[in-house]
Design a protein around this ligand. Sequence first.
Ligand SMILES: [Zn+2]
Length: 153
Amino acid sequence: MAPPKRYHLVPKPVLDEQAAATPAGRLLAAASIASRLLQLARVHRWHELGRDLSAVPAHVMLEPDQAAALAEHDEVLHQLYQPVDKDNDPPAVFLQVCLGCGSWSLASTPRGKSGGTTKKCNLTLQCPGPTTKASVASTRPQIALGKDKDPDA
Ligand SMILES: [Zn+2]
């Protein structure tokens, strides 16, 4: 059997460089990556991945800065929830972060409802927001530098 392709994770949404460097931006990235790691490992909650994330499949490549963001926000990530059995488990719990004030809240979309979330900040009075949902990170194959050697060729 061929080893699984290695790939990287791309946090969603993609923020501009300035927003991505703020504490709120890093929290968004951490929550986005964490949600994907839960899906990839087929577990519901963050603690099930282990303190050293040993339950994360070995072919998922975390960049050092991504690993650092996960460590920074470890406590918040314990609040996330991902269904494993899509038909029977409760819907996912995800994070909403306000890029204006840095506050965050948890949200969930009941099954059968559309994922519309409010953009206005209701976490801090007079804050214009916007709040941003940490969507599940996408995956991107590792860029191959030169031809991969195929041992079976
Ligand atoms: Zn706010």
